[in-house]
Design a protein around this ligand. Structure first.
Ligand code: MF3
Ligand code: CO
Length: 247
């Protein structure tokens, strides 16, 4: 069941969402070759705590870190650790902050130094997919129009859309209804009501969309080993458009 938020609740969500936004830029400014994914996680943990929030991911279903740090062929849920970032890598950082009783959630994919033309295009198209996905989005829009728009843009660029992970509602819980797929058919799904809060998060692969999960139970990699990128914001559906809380 999709639970629409009261204006007061949306007000309480602004702070955790702003912390996610600021944490993503803080981390993005510090990413460089030679750094480990674990060091990124430490930056995320201390930034979120210093801002009086909790890292929602830490301990969520046993997840062992504050951020998901996913390099190249890792699609999502990369567990930070000893992997060293190299020039030419792309690294997605996905994090959630909990404050005021509510969660905020966002992700960006960063380039480590100079990257290949294909990776650069993948990162750019993935961000564009987010904006395409929310184009025209407002109260009354059928939910699966979002995915239909994301899919159309990704595939027009020769990329594929990850099927087994989706966006989601968010609020007092990090994952609430509805699930927000990045593929679908126009004109289908429930019509979104004003004040629905969603995480729209295209996960786009340079090769095929098939994914496998490593034995750690979290790390999702592309089956063909090609790169993937991720871009996510938390937003409110309004009568006349959307209000993005993590930008
Ligand atoms: N930010 C991720 C999402 O959008 C949440 C993953 S947190 C983890 O769903 F704990 F599950 F890794
Ligand atoms: Co999310």
């Amino acid at each position: 069941m999709i639970r629409v938020k009261r204006e007061e609740e949306i007000g309480l969500m602004r702070e955790p969402c702003a912390i996610v936004r600021d944490c993503l830029s803080f981390v993005g400014e510090r990413i460089r070759a030679g750094m480990t994914t674990g060091e990124i996680d430490e930056l995320v943990y201390s930034f979120i705590r210093a801002n009086g929030a909790e890292p929602s991911c830490l301990g969520y279903c046993g997840y062992p870190a504050s951020a998901c740090v996913s390099v190249n062929e890792v699609v999502v849920h990369g567990i930070p650790g000893d992997r060293v970032l190299e020039e030419g890598d792309i690294v997605s950082v996905d994090l959630c902050a909990y404050k005021n009783g509510y969660h905020g959630d966002g992700a960006r994919t960063f380039c480590v130094g100079e990257v290949s033309e294909e990776r650069e295009r993948l990162v750019r198209v993935t961000e564009e997919c987010f904006y395409k996905g929310i184009e025209g989005l407002k109260a009354g829009t059928p939910l699966y129009d979002i995915g239909a728009r994301v899919q159309r843009h990704a595939e027009a660029n020769g990329f594929s859309v990850i099927r087994s992970y989706t966006g989601h509602g968010i609020g007092r819980e990090m994952h609430e209804d509805p699930s927000v797929p990045n593929f679908g058919r126009f004109g289908t799904g429930p019509r979104l009501e004003a004040n629905t809060v969603l995480c729209v998060e295209p996960m786009i692969a340079a090769g095929g969309w098939r994914v496998k999960v490593l034995p750690d139970g979290w790390t999702a990699v592309t089956a063909d080993g090609k790169s993937a990128a991720h871009y996510e914001n938390t937003l409110v559906v309004r009568e006349d458009g959307v209000e993005i809380l993590t930008l």
